[in-house]
Design a protein around this ligand. Sequence first.
Ligand code: ADP
Ligand code: ASP
Ligand code: MG
Length: 418
Amino acid sequence: MKVFKFGGASIKSANAIKNVAKILNSQDLSNCLLVISAMGKMTNAFEKITDAYFNNDQEKLTESIDFTSNFHLRIINNLFAENHVIHQKITVLFRQLVRFLTQNKSRNYDYLYDQIVSYGELLSTIIVSDYLNEIKIHNNWVDVREIIITDAVFRDATVNWQETEKRIKAKVDFSKLTIVQGFIGGDLNGNTTTLGREGSDFTAGIFAYCLDAESLTIWKDVLGVLNADPREFKEVQLLEHISYEETIEMAFYGASVIHPKTIKPIQNKKIPLIVRSFKNLNSPGTKVSEGVTLEPTIPCFIVKKNQVLVSISSLDFSFIVEENISDIFKLFHKYQLKVNLIQNSAISFSVCVDNNLNHFDLFYNEIKNMYKVSFVKNVDLFTVRYFTENSLEGIYKLGTSLVTQINKNTAQIIIQKK
Ligand code: ADP
Ligand code: ASP
Ligand code: MG
């Protein structure tokens, strides 16, 4: 069994979907399962529907539903004949969504989010599946909500591995290409759940694990895993081989090319992961498996933006000890501020936290009564694995360095941009 995953960028338009079909035609599809995300940036668009609905903003709601509906209609008009059944299927799905919005009584935002945002993956997989069948790449569309079973923690559901493995083995028809949705699952009460943003890579890892796949291939808009995000760094190089451990380390420090949860299940069964380009079939991509840590061994750069550097000392200049640190961490947890770096001295305690949920001000309002607190907002945290002197110089040039922390393989620098 082989598992392939295609993300949003690979199916963002009718032409992109045709390109996916071309790739599939070049591959051996016997014993293959396809995991597919929502098209393009449709998850963001469905998030807008959720917000408008939750805030009871009728105008924005209509506008955002029209936007997602027109996006999909344009694509199917391009791919299918006018009388193809897909037109009806898409209309039915949008009617179903509107009916849900009209009948729903819940005020649980996370529950609503999952019921609404999941339409992105339902629509994309139905369209891709019908298009592939149309061009004789015969396949079965499967509703993954009936097989990836999770708890009911909406927006961040945890997989019930035992039940999921049982259902995957019972429901996957090995005689045909199987197409499933990434990112979404179902709880035991039949509600839709999601695995966290960018979770489709993880879905692919779940299937690879449960099916004892011979390999997992993730098709991306980049040549493979590079030594830096090409959106942030000008000169980047392809990494040919990375060990599972090193990939987990890179994901931990914030490399966003593979969802961090993807690796553990496939590592447990030693299933190789290939990250390769849907734009360039000649490039072999990156292989993640056992063996050498990093090939070539070059510095790898990871940047986390929108960080806050907070320095905390006691009001009376006494030492910061375990009890204080415990208080401070309780507050980080309370306000969901993810700690990315810690620097400790006798009288002060500095921490770099992620402010992506914008909870920092709430945290500050509470802690300022207990401690002396200063902070710098909007700093960047650079992590360089396998750093060299030269590789750090480039980073120091980007602005004022506020903290540097160096250990054997890893340098971390907090930069306040010029
Ligand atoms: P998908 O279409 O599967 O959702 P993503 O957009 O989530 O794909 O991931 C691919 C993107 O990840 C690339 O376009 C690239 O900008 C970014 N990226 C971040 N870090 C790296 C890295 N080290 N190597 C390659 N791509 C990276
Ligand atoms: N469509 C989901 C998202 O954009 C899942 C994914 O693409 O991995 O987060
Ligand atoms: Mg993604």
